[in-house]
Design a binder for this molecule. Structure first.
Ligand code: FER
Length: 292
């Protein structure tokens, strides 16, 4: 049973306190705190994000693709796993950035180091990671009022499906099926991953949202057909910091899933804020759960 406590106190007092997030307008007037049962938090081992000299390393590269959606040439950062072999087929994780970021933002979270370590330890399978620019508009730099780019983040659905995925699957030797595609992201990218991943279960069986933002659709929109989602989604995985004001985007989906018997994970990162501490942890855990 879910209990919804509306945070009306702030409104009643006329104290329209802004959130700790940059801008933080989403859900401003009605931020329900939803009671859910979180899944167990298991700490990542020390050094999971530290470069190790004694293991093989993957590579990072920048690729460019023609976007019919935007009408421009767009950029994406690509991680190729250690000892990349063009003769082998690899699964692909599409990893999306936040509202103030671009195709380079995830590099702050050292995804190459995290994956190099996981692969060396046999905890994740070798995979390609594609880190695109999720702001699908002509000028896709994070300039000016980034909160005005909300629609561009929604438009990225079409750039991803019609332009980027076909480009990646033409350029690299990949396992081009839903079980071997995953989509995950941080904040706005988390919302995009939930929105697009659950809308295109024919393309993505693995979906992850880290600190998902107010662009996250309501659970009833994300999962309009419970039985279909149960049958077609393989992994629905979320994490959010306990100190993150955007938790409600994740917890309302988790509550809906629990009520409807849809397998879904939501980890509350202890004392976690809206930052790369949580997002690196998210990648570390999510990468171990996919393509196995
Ligand atoms: C908001 C708060 C946070 C919002 C977006 C964000 C557009 C996104 C934050 C991020 O991507 O880091 O109210 O609304």
């Amino acid at each position: 049973m879910k209990r919804i406590i509306l945070t009306l106190a702030a409104l009643g007092c006329g104290v329209l306190s802004a959130t700790a997030q940059p801008g933080g307008m989403g859900g401003f007037f009605q931020r329900p705190q939803i009671e859910v049962k979180f899944d167990p938090y298991v700490e990542a081992p020390a050094g999971f994000d530290q470069e190790r000299a004694d293991i093989p390393h993957g590579t990072l590269d920048l690729v460019e693709y023609k976007s019919t959606t935007v009408g421009t040439v767009r950029k994406a950062t690509v991680y190729l796993p250690p000892k990349f072999d063009p003769q082998k087929k690899y699964p692909v994780l599409y990893l999306l950035h936040g509202i103030g970021g671009d195709e380079r933002e995830w590099l702050q979270g050292v995804p190459n180091i995290i994956l190099d370590n996981l692969i060396a330890d046999g905890k994740a399978v070798p995979m390609i990671i594609v880190m695109p620019n999720g702001r699908a508009q002509e000028n896709d730099r994070a300039e000016g009022n980034v909160y005005a780019g909300f629609q561009a983040f929604a438009n990225f659905e079409f750039d991803l499906v019609d332009d980027l995925i076909p480009f990646i699957e033409g350029k690299f030797n990949v396992q081009a099926d839903k079980m071997h595609r995953a989509i995950a992201g941080l904040s706005m990218g988390g919302g995009q991953s939930l929105n697009f991943g659950l809308a295109h279960m024919d393309l993505f069986a693995n979906v992850g949202g880290f600190s998902s933002a107010p662009n996250t659709k309501m659970p009833e929109e994300l999962i309009p057909d419970v039985e279909k989602t149960k049958a077609e989604n393989k992994l629905l995985w979320m994490v959010c910091g306990s100190k993150d004001n955007l938790m409600y985007n994740s917890s309302r989906l988790k509550a809906f899933c629990d009520e409807n018997g849809v397998p879904c994970t939501l980890i509350e990162y202890p004392e976690g804020q809206h930052d790369f501490v949580v997002w690196k942890y998210g990648l570390y855990q999510f990468a171990q759960l996919i393509f196995k």
